[in-house]
Design a protein. Structure first.
Lengths: 249, 302
């Protein structure tokens, strides 16, 4: 309560703007945002990826990869950019200095999440637009379900990334937790190996990993409400936990 | 009215007692120094009164606020420069000031502050590219950006070259001249002597003495020492006859006299009567340094 009274709203806006600027000054931002976009363009120019394939149920490889590449953007940002930024600030005592200013912990996290969410939205929009306009990729299944699961999925991984960000003491510690989380999500989303070709049990397990649930919702696999619930659950648990356990030093 | 009140502060880290029993009061408008050897508990003390750590015992009040319970209100009126703190490498000076300004209800003007602290031509420079002195000036600027009524500066000049240190001292005096109460942690005696109205000497978590720098030096004893080269042969007995003189020793052509009271005056008057000139005269008064060693029983280990 008092936190809200004593911390001007202007502060949160400036903090968000500065965090966005700093992030874009990192060369790694090119990887987080640029790589998935480059991959869509590259894949879209491989002729074999543009012809329907029988083992994909008549879909083209590009149809399968656009959603997966779109998922890479929030995953890169949530699992690496977010925790590593915060951990390096902690390591360099940037957070210590902020802790004697009027910024509340929740404000710090909120600003960083806002930046990541905005960048993720922008990145995904570009990829989807390229896919739709240049390579004629159409949204699979039910667009409402796709959008809902994608937004909830991004929120879920951001919340998990935030939890790492709240705790990790150093940059390497943050990537030691964030990178496996990212790879797990890539795996569950079928980046390495199509989910449909996995053993049944593994497919079920994948549905409980955020981007596995997103992919399942996307392809109409299993119960939609169950996937959305899983995703919302991650956010509801990890988000507040991050704010509560935030470590300034 | 006291701006900062610390009463019987006690703070442990696990088994280590960092602050055993510290009490002092900082009055409105003064520069109050906390002096002490490494590990004495200086930083822990200021962290407790900045609301960064919760005390295990005792009472702390800053500008009438409880630093832990009223932390958010305190942040608006107390500026803090921590001993270890940083900024993102790629943050520019102007951005840092604008960012911290936005956290306060009535901030100072970042541009004016940059001019006052000699950072104007570095406005667009990244934090990492600043020299140590410039980083410290930025630290002062950030502590001042919220127009605080009091500031805590922990080891402001450690790691600066003598020139930058002197410039920084001037800035601290400027801060005080705008009516802001300053709590300064240091282990440079010279800094305390030059800047502080009063000093608390802390050793092993306890206050050894609170006094003016001159008062502390006086407690270390009235002993003074003078050395000079007499222009003509000097009869030692003339000097020993003076009640102020305790010892006379020769180092080649140089005589060293130690004693108490108005030693310098008594000796020079005696020399004048004997028509001897004291060449290369040097006088050493008991300094805060001596007080430090006398009162803590060991030299500063830094
Ligand atoms: N976070 C911490 N955890 C455990 N022990 C600590 C911590 N911070 C300080 N200490 C210990 O508490 C004691 C007092 O430390 P403090 O930093 O307050 O001393 P200081 O007077 O500021 O020293 P210096 O002149 O070196 O800055 C030391 O023994 C130190 O090792
Ligand atoms: Mg210290």
């Amino acid at each position: 309560m008092s936190t809200v009274l004593h911390f001007p709203r202007r502060g949160l806006r400036t903090l968000t703007a500065i965090q966005a600027k700093l992030l874009l000054r990192e060369p790694a931002a090119l990887v987080w945002l640029g790589l998935p976009i480059v991959l869509v363009v590259v894949f879209g120019n491989i002729p074999a990826f543009l012809t329907p394939a029988a083992d994909l149920g008549g879909k083209r490889v590009i149809d399968v990869y656009v959603p997966t590449l779109a998922a890479m953007v929030p995953l890169f940002l949530a699992c690496t950019a977010l925790p590593m930024t915060m951990a390096s600030w902690r390591e360099k005592d940037v957070l210590r200095r902020l802790s004697v200013s009027p910024v509340p912990a929740a404000g710090m996290l909120a600003a960083l999440v806002a930046v990541m969410a905005a960048l993720a939205t922008a990145g995904v929009a570009v990829i989807v637009a390229i896919g739709a306009l240049a390579f004629d990729v159409s949204t699979p299944g039910n667009p409402g379900a796709v959008l809902a699961s994608f937004v909830l999925g991004a929120a879920a991984v951001l919340a998990l990334g935030l939890l790492i960000a709240a705790r990790a003491r150093t940059g390497p510690a943050a990537s030691a937790m964030g990178v496996p989380l990212m790879i797990l999500n890539f795996f569950a989303s079928g980046l390495y190996f199509p989910v449909a070709q996995m053993p049944h049990l593994l497919q079920r397990v994948c549905e409980f990993i955020p981007f596995g649930a997103v992919t399942a919702a996307w392809s109409g696999q299993g119960q939609l409400w169950q996937h959305l619930l899983v995703l919302a659950g991650y956010t509801a648990v990890a988000g507040p936990l991050a704010a509560r356990t935030f470590r300034w030093e | 009215m006291a701006v900062i009140e610390v009463e019987h502060l006690h703070k442990r880290y696990g088994h280590v007692t960092a602050v055993r029993d510290v009490s002092f009061q900082v009055e409105q408008g003064e520069i109050f120094g906390i002096l002490g050897p490494n590990g004495a508990g200086k930083t822990t003390t200021v962290e407790c009164l900045s609301g960064l750590r919760q005390a295990d015992g005792g009472r702390v009040s800053v500008l009438g606020l409880d630093p832990v319970r009223q932390r958010d209100e305190l942040r608006q009126v107390l500026g803090v420069q921590l001993q270890s703190s940083g900024l993102p490498d790629k943050l520019r000076v102007r951005e840092a000031l604008e960012l911290y300004a936005s956290f306060h209800r009535q901030p100072a003007d970042p541009v004016e502050l940059m001019h006052r602290l000699g950072l104007a031509e570095k406005a667009g420079a990244r934090y990492k590219k600043l020299s140590g002195g410039q980083q410290q000036r930025l630290a002062i600027a950030l502590a001042m950006i919220g127009r605080p009524r009091a500031v805590v500066l922990d080891e402001l000049t450690t790691g600066l070259d003598p020139h930058a240190r002197r410039t920084t001292w001037g800035l601290v005096e400027q801060v005080r001249d705008t009516g802001v109460t300053v709590l300064l942690v240091t282990h440079f005696m010279e800094e305390a002597e030059r800047l502080c109205d009063r000093v608390a000497l802390i050793d092993r978590g306890e206050v050894v003495a609170v006094d003016t720098p001159a008062g502390l030096a006086a407690r270390a004893g009235q002993r003074q020492r003078m050395r000079f080269r007499p222009s003509a042969p000097l009869d030692e007995e003339l000097l020993r006859a003076l009640p102020e003189v305790a010892e006379v020793a020769w180092h080649g052509p140089v005589v060293e006299i130690s004693g108490t009271g108005n030693l310098v005056h008594a000796v020079t008057a005696q020399l004048a009567r004997a028509q001897i000139i004291a060449a290369d005269l040097r006088v050493e008064q008991a300094s805060l340094d001596d007080a430090f060693i006398a009162l803590t029983g060991h030299p500063d280990t830094d």
